[in-house]
Design a protein around this ligand. Structure first.
Ligand code: HDE
Length: 735
């Protein structure tokens, strides 16, 4: 706090923040109980907290017991309303640093243009639909909200892991949320869109179509918060020093690439480890395996506003990267876990209207709706407008204004003058001129009638949905179809299923026919569904008809853009007594050198003895883990070990399930017998007793004479691919 005071004295200058400035600020609020006595809230030391104060040890508790009352009151008041959407989330601290000053031409936002500034950040990843205690791996959009504690005030980039949204106008948001949340009469189902009310709404609202394609795709079941991309969704503005405005879209790209679970895995994880994504993020940061994301922008000159065949203000559209490429700005590193979930992750409050000079909003009607909602909902969550004084929400720059009292006011404002203008307080706090960092709204000229309508240029709800479908690889298309089978399969109303098929038929007849196959209704002929929007004819739409477009956008496909890396991948090693220690040591070392995390799994915890007598500690036993928690599996050779594994149902299931989920599997020598018994079918194996190594569809097998180093190399090459979709026989495997 002292440091802030010194800084304040330098009135008018911009403040230097560094990576640790937020951390230092938070430090004064962090409480460490090590070597401390327990006290009441008044600081009174306590000598006993296990029994309430009573009349005799078997008598009634008495009102006088202030310690009991205080302790119980705190518990009774511990909860605040959860977020109405994005209730379940996980947070992390870190920093953002630009690569260079190349953005200076486009924005005056200092944190994006000074390569020497490391701006502290707090990120919260979330699911949207489920309650605070719901499972992490459900099919849903993921929130990706970043608070930058910049030298010019807090800037929030409150994005998602998909670049478009369901609706075009904020006024539809309450309807969307009501339809997708558990149904009104019975509060079912939890954290899922797969029910009648959501698909009823979707089928009556053609504007959702593009987003529906993203939600049915594997983007909706990310493998990790660290392995997904983020998007600002709306078109924003960059404003440079000269006051020139350009349109801008924000993108986050994970350095590990975007990877997903498979649906069967996502469902099983929801039971075996509902905290899967939260734990993954926490463990990675804890181990020093810091998540990294690159921030990029697409920039469009103002004069090019109408040069596309879609409207830049329509949040159901992307600007295909093939038309406007991404320009990297800098990197974000998440390198510290929160100390207290409630104080930080739960209390953090983002707002797309938290802007800094150099970044501004546009008239996107969805964004405009958000500008009202976030503060409004936060007042409901915190029951006070003073939530901005909570440590996680405070800017690192000083705050001076005449905002008044209210629940839980922290700052002790000095003096009488709490109004503007004043002479009693010397006219302070003063108005800042623009050249001293004041935020000035972009002076956009707006002209029009007061009208409850939408621009005709928002009226195309199919082209980009089709573009998305066309851009998918065969396996991604299959996953979309499978997801639609599940989602619509859960819809009881035939009429709704049919209406949805009608939309699919306008996106792609192939999609519609493949979905129809499994959901018991025929594709309706010549389907038409009136949009609920009231579209007003305008000149803009005419211009856009001739605008730039693409039929395919390979950049939206995860498969086409995956980053092949072993870093951070989890590898399970299955052993029992008698395993080959030399082979295990060499392969494990190679994997760890490449940044993978290796865990030893066995029937029981404790030590396992290798054939050469060396003992190895078991990390996990079968009952507490499963193949779904790993990216790849490895079974070292060793006759006794393999024989024991072949008698364990859990071990056989482990291999069989990993095969079904298209994960890399590696083994050598006797281990090949285990694969055969586990139902690893349709692949050819190396000769068990030779020096050969074989990779067939991600199943790496080696003879017992093979070179361990070469074996490890081939294993890692296969892990880099993430999944091996070419295992046609996997559908025959019972896992
Ligand atoms: Fe949000 N959204 N949203 N949203 N949103 C909230 O604010 C809202 C939208 C997003 O980790 C709420 O503080 C409206 C798009 C994230 O704390 C609420 C509309 C995008 C988070 C709200 C949208 C988002 C929220 C609930 C349409 C991606 C979690 C709690 C007009 C660009 C932030 C809260 C966190 C949270 C309103 C649409 C992202 C109710 C009205 C589009 C990541 O205010």
């Amino acid at each position: 706090m002292e440091q802030n005071k010194d800084q304040e004295k330098e009135q008018g200058k911009s403040f230097n923040v560094d990576q640790d400035s937020k951390n230092r600020q938070l430090e004064s609020f962090r409480e460490d109980v090590k070597d401390q006595y327990m006290t009441t809230d008044q600081g009174l030391r306590i000598n006993h907290t296990d029994d309430s104060l009573k009349i005799g040890s078997r008598g009634p508790t008495i009102m006088e017991d202030f310690h009991f009352r205080e302790k119980m009151t705190h518990l009774d008041h511990e909860s605040i309303p959860e977020r109405v959407v994005h209730a379940r989330g996980s947070g992390a601290h870190g920093y953002f640093q630009p690569y260079d000053d190349s953005m200076k031409e486009y924005t005056k936002a200092q944190f994006l243009t000074d390569p020497n500034t490391r701006t502290p950040v707090f990120v919260r990843f979330s699911t949207v639909v489920g309650s605070r205690g719901s499972a992490d791996t459900v099919r849903d959009v993921r929130g990706f909200a970043t608070k930058f504690y910049t030298s010019e005030g807090n800037y929030d980039l409150v994005g998602n892991n998909m670049p478009v949204f369901f609706i075009q106008d904020g006024i539809k948001f309450p309807d969307l949320v009501h339809s997708i949340k558990p149904e009104a009469d019975n509060e079912m189902p939890q954290a899922s869109a797969a029910h009648d009310t959501f698909w009823d709404f979707a089928s009556l609202m053609p504007e959702v179509n593009h987003m529906i394609m993203w939600v049915l795709s594997d983007r909706a079941i990310p493998r990790s918060f660290r392995m997904m991309d983020g998007f600002g969704v709306h078109t924003f503005r960059f404003i440079n020093e000269a006051g020139k405005s350009r349109f801008v879209k924000f993108h986050w790209r994970s350095s590990l690439g975007a990877h997903s679970l498979v649906w069967d895995e996502a469902q099983k994880l929801a039971g075996k480890d509902p905290d899967w994504l939260r734990r993954d993020l926490w463990d990675a940061i804890d181990m020093g395996d810091y998540p990294e994301f690159e921030l990029s922008v697409q920039i469009v000159e103002e004069e090019d506003e109408f040069k596309f065949d879609f409207d830049l203000l329509d949040a159901t559209k992307i600007i295909p990267e093939e038309l406007v490429p991404l320009r990297p700005i800098g990197k974000m590193v998440l390198n510290r876990n929160p100390d207290n979930f409630f104080a930080e992750t739960e209390q953090v409050a983002f707002h797309p209207g938290n802007l800094v000079p150099g970044i501004d909003v546009t008239n996107d009607p969805l964004l405009q709706g958000r500008l009202f909602s976030y503060l409004d909902t936060q007042l409901n969550r915190f029951n006070s407008s003073n939530f901005t004084e909570v440590p996680i929400n405070r800017p690192v720059t000083p705050v001076h204004n005449h905002h008044g009292a209210g629940f839980m006011k922290q700052t002790i404002n000095k003096g009488k003058a709490n109004y503007w203008p004043n002479s009693i307080g010397g006219g302070c706090p003063m108005m800042a001129p623009e050249n001293q960092g004041a935020f000035v709204h972009y002076m956009e000229k707006v002209d029009g009638h007061k009208i409850r309508a939408r621009s005709e240029s928002f009226n195309d709800h199919y082209s980009q949905a089709t573009m998305f479908w066309n851009s998918m690889t065969a396996v991604e298309k299959k996953h979309i179809v499978d997801a639609a089978h599940f989602e619509l399969g859960k819809v009881e109303s035939e009429e709704i299923r049919k209406r949805m098929l009608g939309h699919f038929s306008k996106i792609s007849s192939e999609l519609a026919n493949r979905v129809a196959e499994a959901i018991g209704v025929d594709v309706p002929a010549n389907f038409e569904q009136e949009s609920t929007g009231n579209y007003e004819k305008d000149a803009v739409s005419g211009k856009m008809k001739q605008g730039k477009s693409v039929k395919e956008s390979p950049s939206v496909s995860m498969e086409r853009n995956k980053i092949e890396s072993v870093k951070s991948r989890k590898v399970a090693v299955l052993i029992e007594d008698g395993f080959d220690c030399n082979e295990l040591t060499q392969v494990k070392q190679a994997l760890e050198n490449a940044g993978a995390h290796v865990k030893i799994i066995s029937k029981f915890l404790g030590m396992r003895k290798a054939s050469n007598g060396t003992e190895v500690k078991v990390d996990k036993n079968h009952v507490t883990t499963g193949s779904i928690m790993y990216d790849a599996i490895y079974i070292p050779d060793g006759e006794k070990s393999i024989e024991a594994l072949m008698k364990e149902g859990d071990a056989l299931h482990f291999v069989n399930e990993a095969f079904k989920h298209c994960k890399t599997i590696a083994t050598s020598g006797h281990g090949i017998k285990l694969l055969e018994k586990s139902g690893v079918v349709g692949v050819s194996y190396a000769d068990k007793t030779s020096g050969t190594i074989k990779d067939d569809k991600g199943v790496i097998t080696a003879g017992n004479d093979a070179d361990a180093e070469e074996f490890a190399e081939m294993f890692m090459t296969a892990i880099k691919k993430h999944r091996h979709w070419d295992r046609e026989e996997k559908t025959m495997v019972p896992a």
